[in-house]
Every structure is written in structure tokens, then in C-alpha cells.
Design a protein around this ligand. Structure first.
Ligand SMILES: [Fe+2]
Length: 456
């Protein structure tokens, strides 16, 4: 890969050893630099084990801080307490960074570990100003832009660094994949599709770029094209890939948009019910089941299994409001209430325990998580009008607790269902109009229109 050769670890760094994109590395170990390269590929592609590769880099040069900062940041992207605790331990024991870029990585990881995700993104951005080909800084900032609902920077951050890249550079395609997703979330669907395809022309096995194009189809009501897209690319994203669960979630969305609830249920049973290890996976499983429930499918037994995989007590809950809301939805879907389940009460308490939250989650829980939890509890208790009003009050700002437009559509669908049950055809129809023109003719939209019409 064109490194300067130095077989021995040199504890006093000297300039010269560079990674495959020309960035200074304050290590004398070629093996460590190569292991970080392997880790970066695994992080960007979701193929392989990035933590194992980073451990290899750390073993090759325990005095090099960068792989330790990367490991901490990677653990923090899980959006869960226990990996975050591990990240804090790693940072506390990490060696001192030896150059400005590595200092910035350490500081960004530290901010993320302390729960200030906005500050972490500003620190990764500071790295990108000087080192726009620092793909790790870009990836972490991109993921935390997603968690923070910073749509503008999902697009602009890759946009700002792209002029410093060229197609022959390793990982260029992955930068295009991130840019494609940012374009899609910003509503630039045609450009997003083009950039996503350009990313895949460089590297077919880029599940994030496949995912960006799937979002383009989702947002435009192209459920049949979207399903065909995912099916045609399935060998590239579905086998032994750490992101496969989320593309299966999108496959289920396409099936539900076509009102093929049996197929969506099968997708859940085959690919999502078994994927409950990570909160991000449980979010997607919960979301599919809730949408099926809104479409009239009895999934309460499945919800009962799923809600047991969410541990409602702190310290598992209270880390990220977006996850917590889905945990609450899983409990409600299983038919439990605060009266019948201490878990639900614990969950609410954990969401409101601002002492254990970082600054970013404190804001998200206070402004969105708790009001939305109340709206869903109103829904669970049959207080349809309160549920609709509660969702209406905060839904427009709900991008502030992250997720994609497609994921947050669960709020809109629930609002319409609550409005119909509250006999408020005007409100339900008003909200349904948002699906026009992109989704005006889909079976899902026609289903909602029929329900509203039936009220007159
Ligand atoms: Fe997605």
C-alpha cells in the first residue's frame, strides 16, 4: 500500500509513515497502519470485524493513540450504554496522541463518550478541515449527524471533503455512499440516486450506498422498484454483513407500502426477529411490527418476545431517546401498560433521568423522547385525541432525535391512526396529504384514504 518501511515500533514518532490516503500516522509500525486500514474497510463496508482489526493495530503499537480513539468512537456509534462505558475506559487508558490529527480524534471520541455528540462532530469536522481524506473522522461525524438528525451535515460534510478525493483513492466509493445518503435525506432524490450508483460502480459491496438508493425509492413511493432494487443487490448486502438487518427493514417497508403484510411479516420472522443483539436492530424490528399493527395485523405475541429483549431499566435505557421510544413502543405493542408492567415505568424513569444522560440525549429526551412517550402511552390507553395532539405537537421537530425520514414516518402513521380513532377525519386527511404527490397512488396510501372515507 505504499508505506515507508519500518519493521520496528518506534516510540518516538518521526514524520514519514503515511496511510493509503497520505495522512500522517504517528507510528513506526507498518503492521499497525495496515490493521487500521483493515478496520476502516470493515467500518465502512460493515463486512468483517473492525474491533478485531483495531485490537491488532493496538497490539502492534500500544503507544499509538489513533486505533484506540477509533475503537472508542466505533463503540460509541452503537448508541448504547455498555459499549459507551467500554469506550470511556479505553480513552482513560489510551496513550497521549502525538500529532494534531490524532489529538483531534481523541478529543472527539472523548466528547462523544461524555454524551456531547454535537461537540464530537465539531471536533471531527476540525480534523476534516485540515485532513479532508480522514475517512474515519468523516464516517463518525456522518453517523452522529444521523443520530442527531443533522440532515444538513449528512449532505454537506461529505460534500465539503469530496474535492480532496479522487476515484483512485481507497475508500472513495464509500465517501460517495455517504454523500448519496445525505442527498437523499435532503430531498435531492435524482442526484442521490446518481451518486449512489456511482459509489456502487466503484464497489458493489457497499451496503450504505445500496441503502441510500433504497431510501430514494422509499421516499418517492416506488415500492416495487425499491423491492426489486434490494432483491437485485441482495448478494452484495445480505450475506455476512453487519448492516443487513437495516436493509431488511427497508425491504419490509416496501412490502408494507404495497400492503403485502404477509411478506413483511415473513421478512420480520426470517431476518429481524433473530436480530436483537443491538439496540439499532431492535429499533428496526419494533418499527416493522408497529407498522404491521397499524395495518391491522395481530403481532402482539411477536411484540411480547421482542419487548423482552429491550431492557427497560437504566443503565440500558436513558442513553438515546430514539432507542427508548422504540423500547416503549415494543412494550405497548405487547399490550403492557404502566399498571401491568414495572418495565414500562422503569423506562419512563430512565428517559427522565437526566443525570445519567449526556448533553445530547438530555435535549432529545426532554424535547422529543418524553413528549412522544406520553403520546404513545395515550395511544395505548385509548386516549386517541390526546395521542393525536401529542404527536402533532412535536412531530415536525422530530428530526431532532435522529433517524431517517423513513424511520420517523412511524410517528406520522401513528398520528393518522390516532386521528381516525378519535373520529377526526379532517386531521387524518390533512396529514395524509403529505404523502402526495410521491406516494399518492400506493396501496398503503389508498388504504389510509379508505379508512378516512369510511368515517364520513
Ligand atoms: Fe434507512
Amino acid at each position: 500500500m505504499g508505506y515507508f518501511i519500518d519493521e520496528q515500533v518506534d516510540s518516538t514518532w518521526r514524520p514519514g509513515l503515511r496511510d493509503a490516503r497520505g495522512l500522517d500516522c504517528s507510528t513506526g509500525s507498518v503492521r499497525a497502519v495496515e490493521a487500521v486500514e483493515t478496520a476502516l474497510h470493515a467500518m465502512l463496508s460493515y463486512f468483517g470485524d473492525p474491533l478485531a482489526a483495531l485490537d491488532e493495530a493496538i497490539a502492534a503499537d500500544p503507544g499509538w493513540s489513533l486505533p484506540q480513539s477509533l475503537k472508542a468512537s466505533l463503540l460509541l456509534t452503537s448508541s448504547e450504554f455498555e459499549p459507551a462505558r467500554q469506550a470511556r475506559d479505553i480513552l482513560a487508558a489510551a496513550p497521549a496522541p502525538r500529532n494534531a490529527r490524532e489529538q483531534a480524534h481523541h478529543a472527539a471520541a472523548q466528547a462523544a463518550a461524555e454524551g456531547d455528540w454535537a461537540l464530537a462532530c465539531r471536533r471531527w469536522e476540525a480534523t476534516l478541515i485540515h485532513s479532508p481524506r480522514d475517512v474515519a473522522a468523516l464516517l463518525f461525524a456522518h453517523l452522529f449527524d444521523f443520530y442527531r438528525g443533522d440532515t444538513l451535515n449528512l449532505k454537506r460534510r461529505p460534500q465539503r471533503v469530496l474535492p480532496a478525493w479522487s476515484p483512485e483513492m481507497p475508500f472513495y466509493g464509500f465517501v460517495l455512499g455517504m454523500y448519496a445518503f445525505g442527498l437523499e435525506e435532503s430531498g435531492h432524490y435524482a442526484q442521490a440516486e446518481d451518486v449512489g450508483h456511482a459509489a456502487l460502480a466503484i464497489n458493489r459491496r457497499d451496503p450504505w450506498a445500496v441503502h441510500a438508493v433504497a431510501h430514494v425509492h422509499e421516499m418517492q413511493g416506488q415500492h416495487e422498484e425499491g423491492a426489486r432494487w434490494l432483491a437485485s443487490r441482495q448478494p452484495d448486502w445480505a450475506v455476512d454483513n453487519g448492516f443487513a438487518f437495516h436493509n431488511w427493514f427497508h425491504a419490509a417497508l416496501f412490502q408494507m407500502e404495497g400492503l403485502d403484510t404477509a411478506a413483511a411479516l415473513q421478512t420480520y420472522d426470517t431476518h429481524l426477529a433473530c436480530a436483537t443483539e443491538m439496540a439499532l436492530q431492535r429499533v428496526d424490528g419494533t418499527a416493522v411490527l408497529w407498522r404491521l399493527k397499524l395495518l391491522g395485523v395481530d403481532v402482539s405475541d411477536r411484540f411480547d418476545d421482542l419487548r423482552r429483549t429491550w431492557v427497560p431499566q437504566a443503565p440500558s435505557a436513558g442513553f438515546y431517546a430514539f432507542n427508548d421510544l422504540h423500547a416503549l413502543i415494543a412494550h405497548i405493542g405487547a399490550g403492557v401498560t404502566p399498571e401491568t408492567s414495572e418495565g414500562l415505568t422503569s423506562l419512563q424513569e430512565a428517559m427522565a433521568d437526566f443525570d445519567s444522560s449526556g448533553a445530547s440525549n438530555r435535549r432529545m429526551s426532554a424535547e422529543l423522547g418524553l413528549p412522544l412517550a406520553q403520546a404513545f402511552l395515550d395511544y395505548a390507553n385509548g386516549n386517541w385525541d390526546s395521542a393525536a395532539e401529542g404527536l402533532l405537537r412535536v412531530r415536525d421537530g422530530a428530526h431532532g432525535f435522529g433517524g431517517s425520514h423513513a424511520q420517523r414516518d412511524i410517528l406520522t402513521l401513528t398520528l393518522m391512526d390516532a386521528a381516525i380513532r378519535a373520529r377526526r377525519a379532517d386531521l387524518a386527511g390533512h396529514i395524509l396529504n403529505e404523502r402526495c404527490p410521491e406516494k399518492a397512488g400506493t396501496p398503503m396510501t389508498l388504504h389510509w384514504r379508505r379508512r378516512i372515507s369510511a368515517m364520513h
